[in-house]
Design a binder for this molecule. Sequence first.
Ligand SMILES: CC(C)(COP(=O)(O)OP(=O)(O)OC[C@H]1O[C@@H](n2cnc3c(N)ncnc32)[C@H](O)[C@@H]1OP(=O)(O)O)[C@@H](O)C(=O)NCCC(=O)NCCS
Length: 199
Amino acid sequence: MYLYGASGHGKVIKEILDAQHKTVDGFVDDNPGVERQCGLPVLHSLDHVDEVIVSIGANSVRKRIVEKLTCRFAVAVHPSAVCSLSATIGEGTVVMAGAIINAESVIGNHCIVNTGSSIDHECVIGNYVHISPHVTLCGNVRVGEGSWIGAGSTIIPGVRIGRWCVVGAGSVVTKDIPDGYLAAGNGCELIKKIQEDLL
Ligand SMILES: CC(C)(COP(=O)(O)OP(=O)(O)OC[C@H]1O[C@@H](n2cnc3c(N)ncnc32)[C@H](O)[C@@H]1OP(=O)(O)O)[C@@H](O)C(=O)NCCC(=O)NCCS
């Protein structure tokens, strides 16, 4: 198994896979100047690579890379994460230390469920979403494809967050957010329309 993206995010995923006793053979990176990461070789082509997690934090870049790959995608779940047996976790997704995913939540493909975040019952998380460290999603929250929920934010029950949104760190979201907006604050308000490549 290889990690595509010799990044800091890749280092965290490597350690999750170590904790799961899964073998990481190396990294893949488009930058020919990077030759080693975490003591492992960095490849610059996908020859002989059969299984990958794309270890790039930026949601739009992660999506672009996934879409050009034809290999299998693995899942990484830290042993200290608590995932309900009735929850589902899509391919390529990583669940970091201390995260909690509760009953019947559905987590899409190539998502990041970051350290200590909590996703309560029946949430639906689209593909390429990043739930940052210590976010709390209450029950029945929906987060659309590619959205990034900033660290420490709280989303109250039943809120719908659109596709390719950003929620600023520390926000308290009490109302739905339409597609493609940056919203922030305690009493979260729409701030501006954003470009997908901010993510
Ligand atoms: C939202 C964010 C991405 C900045 O986006 P940006 O497009 O560069 O936006 P700006 O910094 O220009 O801010 C735009 C406005 O939103 C406000 N704003 C930005 N982030 C905010 C936040 N977290 N809470 C409240 N207001 C915020 C700014 O004060 C600014 O207001 P102003 O126009 O009145 O001055 C950044 O502030 C943020 O919260 N990042 C999350 C980081 C994180 O969680 N990382 C986890 C990595 S694992």
